[in-house]
Write a protein that binds this ligand. Structure first.
Ligand SMILES: *[C@@H]1O[C@H](CO)[C@@H](O)[C@H](O)[C@H]1NC(C)=O
Ligand SMILES: *[C@@H]1O[C@H](CO)[C@@H](O)[C@H](O)[C@H]1NC(C)=O
Length: 197
């Protein structure tokens, strides 16, 4: 009985584990979480290395770090206070993808983002869409990594969508965005586990 209780407690801990900050409720929320058999620092590095997104990411096909004027940064890595231009596929492309994988122009969208948080101690980062005013679409995507009991890495990402256009976004893109978050998590796992092998 003691053993069973212990096992249940550990399992509950793994299920409950989250390194995301408390997030507001959304009209809808796209989210994903996945266990990755690779070291935390490796996974964290891939999340922030926007320059390598074309090599593995089926959702955010390119993420160009820029200054406030849109001029690309010398180092294509997410840093707090920078901005980014995303070219995204909603729904996502089929996995696996690489830098030569062509866009599906029928489902390609553009997004301008502000990188509002990169915490290398807590291993959390966030970017916020700034193409539309908050009153129309208020959406910040948080991503976090943490180490599981078994030494593997938990990757999580969630984005609550609010604002006047959120119900419209939900009907047009709600399912595609959810698929995209899940596909990005799977792509990240493929990438990280290949690099860790
Ligand atoms: C890159 O992905 C495409 C499919 O998008 C595939 O046809 C091609 O073989 C891949 N290239 C490499 C080097 O894996
Ligand atoms: C946007 O959402 C944030 C919480 O994520 C909230 O603090 C802020 O007041 C919201 N802005 C508007 C205009 O609703």
């Amino acid at each position: 009985m003691r053993v069973l209780a212990f096992v249940l407690a550990v399992t509950a801990t793994a299920l409950a584990q989250s390194n995301l900050p408390p997030l507001p409720d959304g009209v809808f929320t796209a989210s994903a979480r996945i266990e990755i058999a690779a070291p935390l620092e490796l996974v964290w590095d891939i999340v922030l290395d926007f320059g390598s997104y074309p090599d593995w990411n089926p959702f955010v096909r390119t993420a160009t770090v820029t200054d406030v004027w849109g001029v690309p940064a010398a180092e294509q890595r997410a840093v707090e206070g920078a901005f980014a231009n995303f070219i995204v596929e909603i729904p996502p492309l089929p996995l696996p993808v690489n830098a030569s994988t062509p866009l599906n122009l029928l489902q390609t969208q553009f997004s301008r983002e502000s990188i509002v948080a990169v915490d290398n101690t807590l291993h959390r980062a966030a970017w916020k869409q700034i193409m539309l005013p908050d009153s129309a679409v208020n959406a910040t995507r948080w991503s976090a990594v943490s180490t599981l009991e078994n030494g593997n890495t938990l990757y999580e990402s969630a984005e609550p969508y609010n604002g006047l256009l959120a119900p419209l976004l939900q009907s047009l893109f709600g399912d595609g965005l959810q698929q995209a978050f899940e596909a990005q998590a799977e792509g990240l796992k493929l990438r990280a586990e290949a690099m860790a092998a």
